[in-house]
Design a protein around this ligand. Structure first.
Ligand code: GLP
Length: 241
């Protein structure tokens, strides 16, 4: 595992963007795993700057979201489909038809989850998976005690995750209780993993993921089992390492 500690969020964003740009320069039709949340925003903003400047072309890449809420309309501003469209697909110039998000409104959610893993396999898997980390060590929405072998599936959100994400909704009650998320087993199949974290609030989770035992209580510790992982953090998020 490569652990890169940089002074602040701006440097983390530039470093992450360099990694993604390097993958896409080798493979213009690369498959990216796309995380939502605030952590990767700096990467997306930097990639968007390069696309706008004409120094990077992402129009050939495909994307797969990590997760989606269950039970809110796709056009709700906080559905991950809407967030990705607004923050990633449009500013980065991705082809909307090549970006897929788990269908959190499907009448048969279990079938939608199975379909999602099939769709990832059908394009040959994810080349580089961007990941944030929850304060409780979750990746995607794989909450503590998730199986390391898990596939895309329905999960119940932990109370702490719902509280953390309440800032995006009008009231805490509005935060969905369930989601569809890629499993830890699904995530570990990506050829390369890039986890980003900024801020003191993530320091404990980063330390548990990088230096703690490989244990389901910290889902991000599963990254220690992968051969190509880069963890890029600012000094505050690295403060417990
Ligand atoms: C969210 C997402 C994750 C994200 C994590 C951290 O709920 N489902 O994919 O990595 O929690 O979020 P943030 O980056 O906003 O701290």
């Amino acid at each position: 595992m490569e652990v890169i500690i940089l002074p602040g969020a701006a440097e983390v964003g530039r470093f992450g963007a360099d990694r993604i740009a390097a993958v896409v320069s080798r493979a213009p039709r690369a498959v990216l795993g796309l995380a939502t949340g605030s952590s990767p925003q700096g990467i997306y903003a930097e990639l968007a700057r390069r696309v706008a400047a004409g120094t990077l072309d992402l129009s050939g890449v495909s994307g797969f979201a990590l997760d989606e809420y269950v039970g809110i309309p796709a056009d709700h501003p906080q559905s991950y489909a809407a967030v990705l469209d607004r923050d990633v697909v449009r500013p980065l110039g991705l082809a909307p038809s090549r970006v897929r998000v788990p269908d959190g409104r499907a009448p048969d959610l279990e079938a939608a989850a199975v379909d999602y893993d099939r769709a990832i396999a059908a394009v040959g898997g994810v080349d580089v998976q961007i990941l944030g980390i929850g304060a409780n060590g979750h990746i995607g929405f794989n909450e503590p005690t998730s199986s390391f072998a898990s596939r895309t599936r329905i999960k119940t959100l932990a109370p702490r995750t719902r509280a953390d994400n309440a800032r995006f909704f009008a009231s805490p009650e509005e935060v969905p209780t369930h989601c569809l998320t890629q499993g830890l087993g699904t995530i570990l199949e990506a050829r390369e993993l890039l986890l980003v974290a900024q801020g003191e609030a993530k320091a404990e989770a980063v330390a548990a993921a990088v230096e703690g035992p490989v244990a389901a209580i910290c889902p991000a510790s599963a990254l220690q089992l992968h051969r190509r992982v880069c963890v890029v953090v600012d000094e505050a998020a690295a403060s417990r390492l």
